[in-house]
Design a protein around this ligand. Sequence first.
Ligand code: UGA
Length: 435
Amino acid sequence: MKISVIGLGYLGATHAVAMAKLGHEVIGIDKDVSKVESLLAGKIPFFEPGLAEALAEVLAQGKVQFQTSHSESSASADLHFLCVGTPQAADGSANTSYLDAAIDDLAPHLSPSAVVVGKSTVPVGTARKLRDRLQEKTGFEPKLVWNPEFLREGTALEDSLKPDRIVVGSFKKEDSFPLLVAYEKLLQAGSPLVELDVPTAELVKVAANAFLATKISFINAMAEIAEVAGADVVALSKAIGYDERIGNKFLRSGIGFGGGCLPKDIRGFISRAEELGVGQALSFLKEIDGINNRRRQRVIELAKQELGELSGQKITVLGVSFKPNSDDLRESPSLEIARSLAQAGAVVTVTDPKALPGLSDSQLSKVSDVDQALRGSELVILGTEWDEYRRLDPLKSKSLVKSATIIDGRNVLDVAAWQSAGWKVIALGRTISND
Ligand code: UGA
């Protein structure tokens, strides 16, 4: 099938490559010339494992092309996927203006038989507004369906090619048929299809992200309790996770969630519920956000407890991306901690396997070599659990630092091994004796 993918950020670039890998003829469209040029040259403008290799493959097969605006060719697509961003506005709501602009650009080129497929994360009710806008601009009743995306950074391509569910919301069921044909291989491979009305499909996405954020903040709230009760949140998480109704996934305690999705999506969801007059239903999500932010503050407190006055103290932060296998710095808990420490006067060195090039922060000293970053440090904070930091040799690391104290912000280190190498280990939600 012929497909256009509008918006080539994280979601769009991955979706374009995934659809080309499924054998479709894909045209990716983005107004950002540098993004288009980069993709045409086979370069992914962000770090995502396996995506560059897959892009090279589909470019070589001539399955995908990229351009900055619609053309005769893109106008003849059977499906147009809307993949533009919906960033957080100043008041916390989701800004849907890029979707409006995408609709306005598409309208003059849209054929009545083509299906517009929304994939962006939106406030419930947006799809109907977009359909009305399209109808007004085209003069015909457009076919629009909603197909939220659940990919995770770090495993984006795999999530796209083996989705754990395909959610499709439609105003008229038959409008979704071409989409199901496009996804035939995924459906045949066993991905379950969930056919819904449009508002429910829009809600599935934000509800899923709100639930994931809630799980993380729940375990981090338990960490707060464990800290004062002399308990261990890691053992607690494992113990409650044995109950299959609870499950052990997304119950990893630490400095909390960040990224371009969970924080913004819960705030957008709260804002939409308030607009709809049911703000109370989601007031608990404000607490989820609050718990998440308190964990970052806790690390600053622990650093002060350890070092006393922060001014002039040399602190090394291992990892600044919001999670491993990503170079995304948006709402990164680790980066925020590094910045707060620097603002308090500490001399902060940050290191990260992939995210340093995107970091322009004069207060932080960026060092790509881990040994170099550790040298002379008075306190080490593990902020992002990249494999290279999990695997660090505690003995060698001790020989580099000035004072062997580490705050494990992700509860991933082998405490006994680090202690026996002479380290003082401090962790969130754990009572660790360093005597
Ligand atoms: C999230 C969702 O997991 C995806 O399903 C969704 O498609 C995506 O948002 C989106 O809306 O586009 P992502 O932002 O890539 O995916 O990251 P997650 O894997 O959800 O991690 C989010 C944050 O939570 C990270 O900072 C991670 O370190 C943290 N986290 C995760 C924890 O602190 N504890 C956990 O147990 C799990």
